[in-house]
Design a protein. Structure first.
Length: 82
């Protein structure tokens, strides 16, 4: 399954609990689009959040994030891994 890194730029001030809540919201419905959200990282000061997932395509990732209320600003495919 292809991997993706998505970026959220508007989560300034996000807390650990807020990041966990957003991630769990995605995980709760990820099967609807055959996505597997693996991990999320955040920088509360800049508002940047990064999410690593496996999905059939970027549109599937986009749909889940939109449905949970925190749309991704960018989604990047990760075709190479070492």
């Amino acid at each position: 399954m292809p991997q993706f890194m998505d970026v959220h730029r508007s989560m300034k001030g996000v807390t650990e609990a807020g990041l966990k809540e957003a991630h769990q919201a995605d995980v709760a419905i990820q099967a609807d689009e055959r996505v597997n959200f693996k991990q999320a990282w955040a920088d509360p000061e800049s508002g940047m959040v990064f999410c690593l997932s496996e999905a059939p395509n970027a549109d599937a990732v986009k749909k889940i994030h939109e449905r949970t209320g925190h749309p991704a600003d960018e989604i990047y495919p990760l075709p190479l891994q070492v």
